[in-house]
Design a binder for this molecule. Sequence first.
Ligand code: SER
Length: 316
Amino acid sequence: MKERILITGNNGELGSKTLKKLLSIGKSVIALDINDPKEKIHSVKYIKDTITNKQLINSIFNDYHISEVYHFAALLSQSASQNPELAFEINEKSSKNLIDCVYNFGIRNNCITRFFFPSSIAVYGPRKIKNASEQDIIKPTTIYGNNKLIIEQYGSKLHEKSISKKIGLDFRSIRFPGVISYDTVPSGGTTDYAPQMINCAKKGEKFECKLSPKTKLPFIGIDQTISSIIDLMNLEIIESKFRVFNVQEASFSVKELSDFLSKKFPSFQIAYNEDKNFQSVADTWPSSLNCKKANKFWNFTTEKDFEVFLEKIINK
Ligand code: SER
């Protein structure tokens, strides 16, 4: 059977870029998304279906030799709060099922399959902390944060069961801060205000901000996001029971971002219309992350100066 990598949520920001990166290094990919692909690439086997379809997921593992899984299909934080039942089905139940399939596949075929799970700063809480380390206080207050934490723990548990026999699942996860792309404008997340604001400033449009000016959050650019995923997945062994890593490139407040954009784009205007659904979430997420562990394992480097970071994103 031919080896394939499975990517779920290939239409999303992370899924689409990871897919392209994997193709560029010669991998064969099966891509599962609830929608038709935004861009069809000839060599990719696309499946249009929901991640909640258990039968389908089982059949993928019967029909193909899945060598790695990148599981991006999810509802983001604000969408999850608006639809908690669906968030449970997609973010939690379906993720557990996929992890079980990978584990059972490994047992059946006497192999260990690497599984990438994008976790989030949403697992932190209930109070905002600075320079959060992976093992700092983790009591998420949101549905989304809880979904992510449960999957971090579930994946780590099955990893533990697998690793001594080297059969089953090799679970690897990154807790992402806000991700900023230069060519897509995401929605459905709490940190999405930043790419949305940058997009408005570039177009000379006014931006209505749902967070207060002093709200500070960590961010990473899409290039470092994708290279972190690939670097983490390419590590031969990760000598750590704790399977989750923090990454960030810069951390800045809403006002710091808007001041930066006003200097660059003098016609840019911002209006504040605080929304408690957004503010109450952002107030429980860390203002910055400690990335020492990522630095140790794959030499992840953080861009400390937020203006240098933003400059790079805007000029891309
Ligand atoms: N960027 C995500 C969100 O805001 C956090 O993981 O929902």
